[in-house]
Design a protein around this ligand. Structure first.
Ligand code: CTP
Ligand code: ZN
Length: 162
């Protein structure tokens, strides 16, 4: 497989162990870093923006050494980068490749933006849970109060986190 990768196409080198998130819609790489809470203090990270893609025209790629993805991270990734392919790399080889898949619900990774929502009441122990709706873009609907969360809302929320 990798033999068809031409040297001239390699903007950043191959990685040894970690993950490559490929086929990210162009312009979304920075949101992907936010979702994965990568702020530069970790291992080696490579970011390719606006690479040529036969499938998407332009795409972003994020390579992260020594990282594994949790279920929650994969769920968020599927919302902001529904076209993404996850490649698990071990000793320079792609040992696993899969498409992200939109879940039916998202639980406990983002907060409802309605301050009156029961999930935002400190006395209540209710985990924020959202139904995934497929409109133009996937959006989330709070299971408790019906409030919608768009990709932009998710991005803003992740940007505000420390
Ligand atoms: N990759 C990497 N380091 C490795 C192996 C692969 O950074 N040791 C990257 C490649 O540069 C590519 C992605 O992981 O961006 C997937 O690799 P591969 O499956 O070899 O490429 P393709 O066949 O082009 O992938 P696809 O068919 O999913 O487009
Ligand atoms: Zn709510």
């Amino acid at each position: 497989m990798s033999s068809k990768v031409q040297e001239r196409d390699l903007i950043v080198s191959k990685i040894r162990d970690g993950i490559v998130i490929d086929h990210i819609p162009a312009g979304r790489a920075l949101i992907v870093l936010r979702v994965l809470k990568l702020r530069g203090g970790e291992g080696r990270i490579a970011l390719v923006m606006n690479a040529d893609s036969r499938r998407l025209g332009r795409k972003d790629i994020v390579k992260i050494e020594g990282k594994e993805l949790s279920e929650g991270e994969l769920n968020l990734l599927s919302l902001i980068a529904p076209t993404a392919t996850i490649n698990i790399i071990r000793d320079y080889s792609v040992v696993k490749k899969f498409q992200v898949k939109l879940p039916e619900t998202v639980k406990g990774v983002v907060k409802c933006r309605n301050p009156k929502c029961i999930t935002n009441q400190p006395r209540e122990d209710v985990v924020p849970t959202f139904k995934v709706l497929h409109l133009d873009q996937p959006i989330l609907q709070c299971q408790y109060c019906g409030t919608y969360l768009t990709i932009d809302d998710i991005n803003a929320q992740l940007a505000g986190e420390r």
